[in-house]
Ligand binder design. Structure first.
Ligand code: ADP
Ligand code: ASP
Ligand code: MG
Length: 837
């Protein structure tokens, strides 16, 4: 028995978390944090190493021997890099590096042996892959010692005594209990932290075996069991055990607490997060297992224990296993013949094929089984052999195999007492057009599984997740506080400027661009598009190539692109609309999918009022925000100032201003006595106008801004209710652009006249907007020289708030209000507002 006076705690660090030097350091930080308990640490191989070792073994067996050396070099480099970085003392580092070199030298000899014999036994394969955990454990020990912690490496083969089933061994629990206690308790008494390679054990004859993929979870529970640990913590790359794989369903939630039976069922049905057999050693042990986020040690994650909570949710989780095949045995001969299903099972068991599901139609005309697709042919042969007599007598028609299947299982203790679960699941699937190929309800009533076509897996998972409202289970969505995934809709001047700006952002939360969308299509990378690639994309786009034509580009509408992107689990996704298009459908899709929205585009908020209100209601329903600072005055803090006034209890009565950089430039030019045509051409050549300058001169752009401002004040009208004075004379409105431009001089005289009249009254011409709750108008005004607007120069904008508090001397905001750089900066500011605090 363990020493009663000291409780023991067990940590396991998963391979997915141990990705690089920083991660290993972070693991060390977690281990050295002060605690009341004595600690045992189990560790997986560094991220990707098990896969690399398996692939190395395979290359040695069938491939070019020279590839063995090159592939091995990469794995060796990874370990060498971590080693050099985590050990401070020169001597200790040298010793560790020597250890690593010799481990790889052994490995090389072994692999060359495999390569020359062209033979790889399961025994040798296990010996090779076990090295991943043996190495990571050595690294961790050295790193801990270098931090002054008394940690010691313990050979897993001394502790985990198994049945010797290579590639998937299971521990002899009683023998392992004894070995673990004998070896570890004395160390714990001496305050040493034992570090044990996960995934590895010994066969009865002392050979190294592995416990099957994900086996370090099992190492942790077996050791925890032997030591009667107070708790076992599995540090993983997810926030906890979630309602489903967050990569599949973005609204997956952390399940705060899950009963052991539910967790075991979930693991068995393919939720990759726990090794299927990991919970077996803990049966009736009352040792809670915590699945916690490696990235955030302050978060509690999921408790797996004997308790039963969340009873309002009959279904708590779902999982999808892909790569399945459906094997069907049919024939009238089955009718009433006892033992067919028993013989089916026996045959597959003898062939060591794992049957994930079995279902028998009530007519007893057929039996369906779900097996891994890679074993489907073997399963068919095994069954044909087992039933050869019945087949030859035509009592059975045959054995049929359907590939390309997936299995979806829902799990929850509450299902047993809640009628109609299966019906709800089937309805949800059929409403989403998913065809159910076979159904099985486990005898435990803890799960219902269906077989569907693999192509439907994603749709099916979402539909069922939705149906049982699993997105409402407590604990919140993916909580990661250092990332903000940005989808850039519109890759024009502003979009490209934003892309150039982002890598230089120095805030704690890094905006991470995951997608670019233009008129032609999109480029998407769920983990983020690397800065270098962004720069290349921006250059290509600037030279006129549409995104759909880029490598990895997809042709799609904005709405289709967002619908596709929304299928992936993103962290705090935000869409930034930098277009000048009607993007409402795309924005609705984004809000539905739980994305926040940043608008530089004026159209969505100057659309018909009922549509704008519906958009805002949608945002509210999904708890999302729509920020739009740059819709008026580019980067100037117009919306921000408005919000602050209102927050502090002030009431804004009217907003006036000049918000067109283009018209500002034009009118200050004319004010200096330049002819209209000359200034306008200058503005065009500087890129200050729309391609057709009449779009600016018409005043519609200012009208949209005025409407957006007026709606803040409670204006209930439409764009058509804004009184707009166009600066394009009637006769010129319908002309082709070229003709219009050719005849610009014809308008010079009229403008000179206006200018002279204003000057005579000591006034200047300005294109002014006025917005109140009742009235919105935009047009040309001659303002007195004493007026703040008279002082504006060039493309500068000005916004004047008259409020209850600022009634005598209104609040004036002036500054550059146009141009891609200031607009992009404003958009960035909005993005950072949305970042988690
Ligand atoms: P470890 O690093 O401990 O080996 P794994 O990689 O085996 O961890 O398991 C974590 C992965 O399991 C996650 O990255 C996630 O994609 C996947 N996963 C599948 N189903 C779930 C689920 N229901 N909850 C959490 N993660 C899940
Ligand atoms: N490294 C092994 C694997 O990748 C075991 C584990 O990570 O649990 O499967
Ligand atoms: Mg794992």
């Amino acid at each position: 028995m363990p020493p009663r006076q000291h409780s023991v705690e067990l940590f396991k660090f998963g391979g997915a978390s141990l990705a690089d030097v920083a991660a290993v350091k972070h693991a060390i930080d977690i281990i050295v944090a002060p605690r009341r308990t004595r600690l045992v640490t189990v560790v997986s191989a560094l991220a990707g190493v098990t896969d690399s070792l398996l692939s190395l073994a395979n290359v040695a067996l069938v491939g070019d021997p020279r590839d063995v050396d090159t592939q091995m070099a990469a794995v060796q480099r990874l370990h060498r890099d971590v080693a050099s970085a985590i050990v401070s003392g020169v001597r200790a580092r040298k010793a560790l590096l020597t250890d690593i070199e010799s481990a790889f030298a052994d490995l090389r000899t072994l692999l060359h042996g495999v390569s020359s014999l062209r033979e790889l036994t399961p025994r040798t394969r296990d010996f090779i892959v076990a090295r991943g955990e043996q190495l990571s454990a050595r690294l961790l020990v050295a790193g801990l010692q270098s931090r002054g912690v008394t940690a010691e490496y313990v050979d897993a083969a001394e502790l985990i005594l198994t049945d010797g089933n290579f590639g998937g061994a299971f521990p002899d629990l009683a023998a392992t209990d004894r070995a673990v206690r004998a070896r570890l308790l004395p160390m714990l008494r001496r305050k040493i932290i034992p570090v044990v390679p996960g995934f590895v054990g010994a066969s009865p004859d002392g050979a190294v075996v592995t416990l099957g993929r994900g086996g370090s979870d099992l190492t942790a529970t077996v050791i925890g069991r032997a030591l009667r640990a107070e708790r076992i913590t599995l540090w993983k790359d997810v926030p906890g055990l979630m309602t489903t794989d967050p990569r599949l369903v973005p609204t997956a939630r952390i399940i705060p607490q899950l009963n052991v039976r539910e967790a075991a069922e979930l693991a068995y049905y393919g939720a990759k997060v726990l090794q299927p057999r990991a919970l077996i050693p803990l049966a009736r042990m009352r040792i809670p297992v915590f699945v916690r986020p490696f990235a955030d040690p302050t978060a509690v994650g999921t408790e797996v224990s004997m308790r039963r909570t969340l009873t309002r949710y009959p279904v708590k989780a779902l999982s999808v296993i892909r790569g399945q095949a459906l094997v069907t045995v049919t024939g009238n001969g089955m009718l009433g013949v006892p033992g067919i299903s028993a013989r089916t099972f026996a045959a597959l068991h003898a062939a060591e094929i794992n049957v994930a599901m079995i279902s028998q139609a009530s007519s007893e005309h057929s039996i369906c089984l779900c097996v891994p697709a890679v074993r489907a042919t073997e399963a068919r042969v095994a069954l044909e052999t087992a039933f050869s007599i019945e087949l030859s007598r035509r009592e059975l028609e045959g054995v049929d195999v359907q590939l390309g299947m997936a299995m979806l299982a829902v799990v929850g203790l509450g299902m047993a007492g809640t009628p109609g679960i299966a019906a709800r699941m089937f309805r949800a699937l059929s409403e989403h057009g998913v065809n159910i190929v076979a159904i099985a309800q486990g005898s435990s009533e803890l799960n219902i599984s269906v077989v569907i076509s693999a192509g439907d897996a994603e749709t099916a998972a979402r539909a069922v997740h939705d149906e049982f409202q699993m997105d409402k289970i407590g604990g919140g969505g993916i909580r990661q506080t250092d990332r903000l995934d940005v989808i850039v809709l519109g890759f024009g001047l502003i979009g490209r400027e934003l892309v150039r700006m982002l890598p230089r952002v120095k805030t704690r939360v890094r905006p991470n661009i995951v997608a670019l969308i233009d008129r032609s299509g999109y480029v998407f990378a769920p983990q983020g598009i690397p800065a270098r690639q962004l720069a290349v994309l921006a250059d290509k786009k600037a030279s006129g190539r549409p995104l759909a034509e880029f490598e990895g580009g997809q042709a799609a509408t904005a709405n289709e692109a967002l619908a596709h992107i929304a299928k992936h689990a993103l962290v705090h996704p935000v869409v930034t609309d930098l277009t000048a298009n009607d993007t409402l459908p795309a924005l609705r899709t984004a809000l539905h999918a739980g994305m926040d929205v940043v608008l530089a585009n004026k159209r969505p908020l100057s659309a018909p009022l009922h549509e704008v209100e519906a958009l805002q209601a949608l945002a509210q329903k999904h708890g999302r925000r729509i920020l739009h600072e740059t819709t008026v005055g580019a980067g100037l803090p117009v919306m921000d100032s408005y919000a602050k006034l209102v927050e502090t209890g002030d009431k804004v009565l009217r907003i006036e201003g000049c918000t067109s950089g283009t018209l500002g430039f034009l009118l200050t030019g004319i004010g200096r006595g330049e002819p209209f045509s000359v200034t306008l051409r200058k503005a065009m050549s500087l890129g200050f106008t729309e391609p057709d300058p009449r779009d600016d001169l018409s005043g519609m752009d200012v009208a949209r801004k005025a409407l957006i401002l007026a709606r803040l004040l409670g204006f209930k009208g439409e764009l058509s209710d804004v009184a707009v004075e166009s600066l394009v004379p009637l006769a010129y409105r319908k002309l082709p652009l070229a003709t219009f431009l050719a005849r610009l001089d014809q308008q010079d005289a009229a403008w000179a006249e206006r200018q002279a009249a204003a000057q005579k009254q000591e006034r200047v011409l300005r294109y002014v907007l006025l917005a109140t709750a009742r009235r919105v108008q935009v047009g040309l005004r001659a303002v007195p020289l004493s007026h703040p607007l008279a002082g504006l120069r060039g493309t500068d904008n000005q916004i004047v708030f008259t409020t209850k508090r600022y009634s005598e001397h209104p609040l004036v905001i002036t500054g550059p209000g146009a141009g891609p750089a200031v607009t992009a900066a404003g958009v960035l500011n909005d993005l950072l507002q949305l970042a988690p605090k």
